[in-house]
Design a protein around this ligand. Structure first.
Ligand code: GLC
Ligand code: CA
Length: 533
């Protein structure tokens, strides 16, 4: 079997505003990431994905790009980026950028030109439509950030479409000129040596050509976000989107394949599993990894997780490589979803499932969602739909490095508040404590590296009691067992006959599970990896 680097790799997501500030403006920067590369290499991850760093008015904190081939001065310069890339590569770390091709900033020169007049050569680069016959927006599409997805442009008498903020007009991906321009962006960064991209909202990129109304959502309730009033049947996940993924893949592949400079594409796609699988593409010529967000959305129960893992593994197309995500900059953190004790079990799950894991910065510290007071709110989503729990500031707070002022993140007041427990929950303190969740992550990453069965091996679910999730990972002659107790009471797991003599290789608990009479005794909230003794 040929192994590609991105199959065994662990990806670490950095939200650059919040990782490390070096010039005392309270905002993280590229020099800060560079300063912390040794930490990342020591942690044991293989690649970093950096959320957008391009010039941006920051209406959506970088997901509104005003220049795809530059660096926002808040983060540094292109020279800083090249230095960071070189320093990462020198440590064996790959670097993935965030590509935001669905929409630009409304300040991007392309949009400024497009909106200038109806006969602008770039008019057709965006989605301009006349009002509906009786007046008003062309259809009933709703922005993912609430309200109509159409913005009226008085001077030219048309509406433009924006799936997110009005400051984020959607590009017209049916226009070959748009494709060519964005493909040049991929080449620009690949030529600099970037190892791949995470592609923002890939499933949004093509809309039904005739813009029909979306059907109303019968399950909608007022406590839900406004976007759920309708089902996004025509505004997303259209068949032609797969052409784009394949074209991007061809460009990535032209830079190298199989062990020789290979580049990787990861698509952000929130869809049911069977729809998601199409993004691997025909003959696997779509994105390498369509992000699998099942764990982010799952209830934290052993049977539910076993079911969704089985569902996902079964749905994978032949040759499709799995991937798993526990947290990101848009969703509640795992420690807040399942508590500190289970966050350790979750780490073991993430790092022992078959497929490429993505680890969100701070989750290795068990960082929780930080309460943000109304005056501190930054996220446009929270500002537009306050109090519903969709705000993303709580999961974007600064990385706490030590117990010096501002947790060593910045010499100035950080752009978002620190976690209240930063004096103890920080990298320096936890690195010194062998029982910390940070130390557990280091051990898990080391064990994973030492036992390829845990990354690229086969996966088989084992029978277990209701609160236990257990599986085998096997590669060649090596067979490992992972047993996770998702409950707060001790549990027993009968071991398969072939696992006689197996011993704990790594436990989430200080005192590892005992094995007796062909069964393993798991403490409450304990996860354990077992190997031949
Ligand atoms: C993606 C990003 C999110 C952003 C949105 C619009 O979902 O992860 O942070 O707000 O796209 O670009
Ligand atoms: Ca800074």
């Amino acid at each position: 079997m040929t192994e590609h680097w991105w199959q065994a790799a662990v990806i670490y997501q950095i939200y650059p505003r919040s990782f490390q500030d070096t010039n005392a403006d309270g905002i993280g920067d590229l020099a800060g990431i560079e300063r912390r590369l040794d930490y990342l290499a020591g942690l044991g991850v293989d690649a970093i994905w950096i959320s957008p760093i391009y010039p941006s008015p920051m209406a959506d904190f970088g997901y509104d790009v005003a220049d795809y081939c530059g660096i926002d001065p808040r983060f540094g310069t292109l020279a800083d980026f090249d230095r960071l890339l070189g320093a990462a590569h020198a440590r064996g770390l790959k670097v993935l950028l965030d590509l935001v091709p669905n929409h630009t900033s409304d300040r991007h020169p392309w949009f400024v030109e497009s909106r200038a007049s109806r006969d602008s050569p770039k008019r057709n680069w965006y989605l301009w439509r006349d009002p509906a016959p009786g007046g008003g927006p062309p259809n009933n599409w709703i922005s993912d950030f609430a309200g109509p997805a159409w913005e009226w442009d008085e001077p030219t008498g048309q509406y433009y479409y924006h799936a997110f903020l009005r400051e984020q007009p959607d590009l017209n991906w049916r226009n070959p000129a748009v494709r060519a321009a964005m493909y040049d962006v991929l080449r620009f960064w690949f030529d600099r040596g970037v190892d791949g991209f995470r592609i923002d909202v890939l499933w949004h990129m093509i809309k039904a050509a005739d813009f029909p109304d979306n059907p109303p959502n019968p399950a909608y309730q007022p406590a839900m976000a406004d976007m759920y009033r309708v089902i996004q049947q025509y505004s997303a996940d259209q068949p032609e989107v797969h052409e784009i993924a394949a074209e991007m893949r061809a460009i990535a592949d032209s830079y190298g394949t199989e062990g020789r400079g290979e580049r990787v594409l990861i698509g952000e796609i929130y869809l049911p599993v069977e729809r998601l699988m199409h993004y691997y593409g025909r003959e696997r010529a779509g994105v390498h990894l369509p992000f699998n967000f099942q764990l982010i959305e799952a209830p934290w129960r052993a049977r539910a997780l076993a079911w969704l893992i089985a569902e996902y593994e079964t749905a994978l197309p032949a040759g499709g490589w799995p991937n798993w995500v526990l947290g990101n900059h848009d969703r509640p953190r795992i420690a807040s979803r399942c508590g500190q004790a289970q966050a350790r079990v979750a780490a073991m799950l993430l790092l022992t499932l078959r497929g490429t894991p993505t680890l969100y910065y701070g989750d290795e510290l068990g960082l929780g969602d930080v309460e943000i007071t109304a005056t501190d709110v930054q996220d446009p989503r929270e500002l537009r739909e306050p109090g519903l729990g969709f705000g993303r500031d709580p999961v974007r707070t600064p990385m706490p490095w030590d117990d010096s002022p501002n947790a060593g993140f910045s010499a100035a007041r950080p752009w978002l508040p620190l976690n209240p427990d930063w004096r103890s929950r920080n990298v320096a303190a936890m690195a010194a404590d062998p029982q910390s969740i940070l130390a557990l992550h280091r051990r898990l990453l080391a064990v994973r590296r030492a036992h390829p069965a845990l990354s690229v091996g086969d996966f088989v679910l084992l029978d277990a009691e209701v609160d236990v999730l257990a599986y085998e990972r096997r590669r060649g002659v090596e067979r490992l067992i992972v047993a996770l107790n998702l409950g707060g009471r001790p549990q027993r797991l009968e071991l398969p006959r072939w696992a006689g003599g197996y011993r704990p290789l790594l436990s989430t608990a200080a005192d590892p599970a005992r094995i007796a009479d062909g069964a393993v005794a798991l403490a409450a909230d304990e996860g354990v990896i077992l190997a031949a003794g």
